[in-house]
Design a protein around this ligand. Structure first.
Ligand SMILES: [Zn+2]
Length: 475
């Protein structure tokens, strides 16, 4: 019998708001332990939480970017459990009345066809404190850092629409891109600003029933999510074939051994409405104002880039993956570079060079104006592509404009026909056998002769012109 996997994902995303969710402490979990704390986020008895409007705005923008329906009324519940990272005994979360319901994002399936994956809902939640396990001498100790206590999260819960590790990995990539576009979250699985749990079950192909699922946690990269899902699908399919029943439980992905292992179940208490935080009522006018703050989303941008700039689909996707890159691309084009050359240069030359020089994209010294300068000279045939790459490399080392670099290092391309003809004559007289080969129909030898002439010009000749002159001379 053929089986299929049914996969749903729950994703916690940390919002990059300035403060925590219910107090004015800074939302900077990387600071020295227990420096960003107050009675509210230490959860001392009697301290009253004050919900932050900034966080409501960011959470709403994030939901709008995922096509969710913002609910006119939402509310916080106390999710009850006790653990040293939660000494007050409950976490404020929206269980019964989430901020948003529904929503979807579109991915490309394995065949390259668009596939819509639905969301069930998105709710807001405060984070718990962080446990740090250390040893003091030979004694293992656990410390609690409250900097993370009360920091703002949204939890995105999908419908079980995914059928493979491919679906899940694409879903996470698209989700991450769309949320980053809003500027509300960094979404790094590696750095823990995005955390993901996957629910996986197996059923006979074509069946519509939902079998007992297994939850997998502890995946710190999109690749880990894919690997863990593949492992679980195989493990559960083998269990079913042996007639071993699947029981509801949680497993941890072990990235070193490439397996999942069962973990002890955590006590999950009830969710009861919180009496201290007011219900959140959202007015239409406010929601409309939020919608105007939503930037153009990557899938819309891809369509526009194809239409407006004649980019190929793949180029348009690459120019839209990150909002910063897409804005950079449009700035370079606005300064006169042709769109396809600009896109290709950004992908093949600029991005690798920025990485190699250890810059973040936004901190790179190659401004749109400087890159547009290089590309414009290339397109006007003032420099050839080899020289253009040399100019780009020097932009990381000097403040000079690309035009000045070209003058200083003599990169200007030789396009003067008279000068090039002299070079061609010299190559023809020195390479009798290549000439003979060409005349006997070997087209490749023209490339060899162009190469020889380039060498004589110290890389500055216009290779296109050289080839034309050679063909003319050799008939
Ligand atoms: Zn606080």
């Amino acid at each position: 019998m053929a089986y299929e996997a049914v996969i749903g994902i729950e994703i916690h995303v940390q919002l990059n708001a300035i403060t925590k969710m219910f107090c004015d402490c800074p939302n900077r979990p990387g600071d020295d332990p227990n420096t960003n704390i107050c009675p509210i986020c230490l959860w001392l008895p009697g301290a009253v939480p004050q919900f932050s409007l900034e966080i409501l705005e960011k959470a709403t923008l994030a939901c709008l970017s995922l096509n969710c329906e913002i609910q006119p009324r939402s509310a916080f519940d106390q999710k009850v459990y006790y653990y040293p990272d939660l000494p007050k005994g409950f976490q404020l979360s929206q269980h019964h009345m989430p901020l948003a319901r529904g929503g979807w994002i579109e991915i490309m399936d394995e065949k390259g066809d668009p596939k819509k994956l639905r969301l069930h809902h998105v709710h807001m939640e405060e984070d718990v404190a962080k446990l740090v396990h250390e040893t003091e001498g030979r004694t293992p100790i656990s410390l609690v850092d409250f900097n993370r206590a009360g920091t703002p999260l949204i939890e995105i819960v999908t419908e079980p629409d995914m059928r493979s590790s491919h679906d899940a990995m694409e879903f996470l990539k698209v989700l991450r891109t769309q949320l980053r576009y809003t500027g509300c979250a960094e979404c790094s699985l590696e750095q823990g600003t995005m955390r993901c749990d996957a629910n996986i079950s197996i059923r006979p192909e074509g069946s519509s029933r939902l079998n007992t699922k297994v939850e997998v946690k502890n995946m710190n990269s999109i690749q880990h999510v894919g690997n863990a899902i593949d492992y679980e699908i195989k493990r559960q399919t083998e269990s079913l074939m042996k007639n071993d029943p699947i029981v509801l439980h949680t497993r941890l992905w072990d990235p070193e051994k490439h397996i999942t292992t069962a973990m002890r179940a955590k006590f999950e208490g009830p969710c009861i409405p919180d009496p201290a935080v007011s219900h959140i009522l959202i007015a239409d006018a406010w929601l409309q104002e939020m919608a105007t703050k939503l930037p153009e989303m990557p899938n819309q941008k891809v369509k526009r880039f194809i239409q407006q700039y004649n980019l190929m689909y793949d180029e348009a996707v690459q120019m839209s993956l990150e909002r910063e890159v897409s804005e950079y691309f449009e700035a370079v084009v606005g300064l006169g570079a042709s769109p396809r050359t600009a896109a290709n240069w950004i992908v093949a030359q600029l991005l690798p060079a920025i990485k190699e020089h250890g810059y973040a994209f936004s901190g790179s010294p190659v401004t749109p104006r400087r890159l547009a300068g290089v590309i414009t000279m290339l397109e006007k045939n003032e420099i050839n592509s080899g020289s253009a790459k040399s100019v780009l490399a020097r932009l990381f080392e000097t403040d000079q404009a690309p035009e000045e670099i070209v003058e200083q290092f003599g990169f200007r391309q030789v396009s003067d026909v008279k000068a090039l003809t002299l070079l061609v004559d010299q190559v023809i007289s020195e390479n009798a056998s290549a000439v003979e080969n060409y005349k006997n129909g070997n087209q490749k030898s023209i490339g060899f002769m162009v190469g020889q002439a380039m060498k004589l010009s110290k890389g500055k000749a216009n290779p296109k012109f050289l080839q034309e002159i050679l063909r003319e001379k050799l008939g």
